[in-house]
Write a protein that binds this ligand. Structure first.
Ligand SMILES: NC(=O)c1ccc[n+]([C@@H]2O[C@H](COP(=O)([O-])OP(=O)(O)OC[C@H]3O[C@@H](n4cnc5c(N)ncnc54)[C@H](O)[C@@H]3O)[C@@H](O)[C@H]2O)c1
Length: 251
């Protein structure tokens, strides 16, 4: 039997229609959490909600574009209205575009920063009052690209590095009030994102090899398990930390 580490807890998860976000929703559902799930992909989101219901959890989905501040405020309000508050915020929503830095467009740069980094900031800000009230915690999804250079990923790497720095700010600014904030740095996880990201023309394959797991890529449930540990009381003394879940890529 799985331990019910999240009985009576409310988790708010972005990017819940797919990959790591969906796996996290399912993991927390199995462990007793109530879930408020957001994404821009309506169909995938509904499938995750259905799956959580089948696992016996209370779950609600709401379309929310984390690049849009009004969507974020509306979703946080809806979660508090439905469940009374937020104990755990997991910022998973993110996008990846690979292009050569010399021809990267300002538009792509700003879009990636807006969704990955600004979206994470806005959600944390909107949820802070409730998280502080309930001595909750935040788990932000960064990436190995924040720790070691990722070729063709200027904006993405910068957004994920920003998430790490922002997470540490939250940890020291609110730690004394009982709020924890941590980051997870996945790498080499098999999800739709890694399948669709593509590459620029004639990429230098030798540059890409540094981003490969030591043995093999693994699925999003391997990240969800670590998110669950950090978000639960098992992670009570972990604050301002980042944890690599990358199959040894950067070991
Ligand atoms: N897969 C990996 O190897 C890997 C490695 C490092 C970091 N990550 C990070 O993990 C997170 C999840 O990625 P994944 O691999 O599960 O990819 P994924 O594409 O399967 O999932 C990302 C989800 O975010 C949603 N999303 C995108 N833009 C959004 C927006 N504006 N508002 C709301 N939702 C939005 C997508 O619809 C999708 O459901 C991302 O932040 C990604 O950067 C993944």
């Amino acid at each position: 039997m799985t331990m019910q580490r999240f009985e009576g807890k409310v988790a708010f998860i972005t990017g819940a229609a797919s990959g790591i976000g969906r796996a996290t929703a399912e993991r927390l559902a199995r462990e007793g959490a109530s879930l408020f799930l957001c994404d821009v992909q309506q169909e995938g989101l509904e499938a995750t909600v259905k799956q959580c219901h089948e696992l016996g959890a209370e779950a609600e989905g709401q379309r929310c574009d984390v690049g849009e501040a009004p969507d974020i405020v509306a979703s946080v309000d809806a979660c508090i209205k439905r469940f009374g508050g937020i104990d755990i915020l997991v910022n998973v929503a993110g996008i990846l575009t690979l292009e050569r830095t010399e021809t990267a467009s300002l538009e792509t740069w700003e879009r990636i920063l807006r969704i990955n980094l600004t979206g994470t900031f806005l959600l944390c800000q909107a949820a802070l009052a409730s998280l502080l009230e309930r001595r909750g915690n935040i788990v932000n999804i960064s990436s190995t690209s924040a720790l070691a250079g990722m070729p063709y990923a200027a904006a993405y790497g910068a957004s994920k590095g920003g998430i790490l720095a922002f997470t540490r700010t939250l940890a020291v600014e609110y730690g004394k009030q009982g709020l924890r904030a941590n980051a997870i740095c996945p790498g080499s996880i098999k999800t739709p994102m890694t399948g669709r990201s593509g590459l620029p023309d004639n990429p230098d394959i030798s540059l890409l090899q540094r981003a490969m797991a030591l043995d093999e890529p693994r699925g999003p449930e391997t990240v969800a398990a670590v998110i669950a540990m950090v978000a639960s009381d098992d992670g009570a003394h972990i604050n301002g930390e980042s944890i690599r879940v990358d199959g040894g890529t950067l070991a």
